[in-house]
Design a protein around this ligand. Structure first.
Ligand code: HEM
Length: 268
């Protein structure tokens, strides 16, 4: 089941890639105790995994209500910020976007599996600022994404996925440097087990009462060995690896893994 999403089979470059899905498919579930995993991070690394802006509590409370309604489950009264109470119920990270002074800004987030960013860094950022590191985002995507935020109809659930390859099986990856520093130590014979496909499955929904938007991020990890075991899927991955555009390769630093992946592809 870890390979339920295979976005590398769909696009060779950055894409918006948002598609409507059935509301019943909004939250995928599949983790026994997300609260335990998240509570450890909340206790030990608060600034990395949680941040909220002033006046975001009404929209946070609406996000909690929406998650509770989708799950048919009510969060225990805890005194925790409502968005964090919601995040404890699901594997997904939850990001609340609200329009402030004409800009869609991140006003609260519970981030347990950030891909090289932290809550304290990104809180308050608008869509352009959030995507500063993404090659071409301002020119190709920004206006379209802003329009999607403006027009998102209540009840509609939009989904997109992305992927990268990483020598880590950790969900909580606030920074890339320690992970990338270990690449040289990976033996070719271990590569299929050490290298992991990291898929983010993201959704967007409108919060009708407050007008905010709830952005969810679910990270799925699977070792490349899962793919190697499936020749058809592995061939599709090989094609995706070869066809990825230079800008996508540069953004994801795929070059760092070229030798190890080439070894696996040669053995396939
Ligand atoms: C319509 C919604 C959105 C679209 C189409 C979009 C698109 C993208 C794309 C193309 C990337 C590059 C990696 C990838 O392919 O996913 C990216 C990265 C990112 N996005 Fe978004 N995004 C959206 C919404 C958001 C929201 C609401 C947040 C708020 C947390 C966000 C935060 C980020 C961050 C932090 C990165 C990583 C940037 C870095 O490399 O430091 N995105 N996004």
């Amino acid at each position: 089941m870890s390979l339920r999403h295979r976005p590398w089979e769909e696009a060779a470059d950055f894409q918006i890639g948002l598609k409507p899905i059935a509301p019943s498919a909004w939250l995928e579930g599949g983790e026994t105790d997300p609260a335990a995993r998240k509570d450890r991070l909340f206790a030990d690394h608060l600034g990395l995994v949680w941040a909220e802006a002033e006046a975001s509590r009404p929209a946070q409370a609406e996000a909690l209500e929406m998650v509770e309604a989708a799950l048919g489950q009510v969060a225990a009264a805890s005194g925790l910020p409502p968005l964090y109470a919601a995040a404890r119920l699901v594997p997904d990270d939850l990001c609340l976007m609200e329009k402030r002074d004409g800009q869609w800004r991140l006003t609260a987030l519970s981030l347990s599996a950030g891909s090289f960013f932290t809550a304290e860094e990104v809180i308050g950022r608008n869509l352009a600022e959030l995507h500063g590191p993404v090659t071409g985002f301002a020119d190709l995507f920004l206006v379209r994404v802003q329009r999607i935020f403006e027009g998102l109809r209540p009840g509609l659930v939009l989904e997109r996925r992305n992927w990268t390859l990483l020598n880590s099986d950790a969900l909580h990856t606030p920074s890339s440097s320690a992970i990338r520093a270990q690449i040289d130590e990976i033996k070719p014979s271990q590569a299929a087990h050490v290298l992991h496909l990291r898929v983010e499955r993201q959704t967007l929904v409108r919060l009708p009462r407050t007008g905010g938007v709830l952005f969810t991020i679910r990270v799925w990890l699977s070792p490349l060995s899962d793919l190697v075991a499936d020749p058809e899927r592995f061939a599709a991955f090989a094609a995706a690896w070869r066809n990825a555009t230079p800008q996508l390769r540069a953004y994801k630093r795929l070059d760092l893994y070229d030798d190890l992946v080439a070894g696996l592809l040669a053995g396939a």
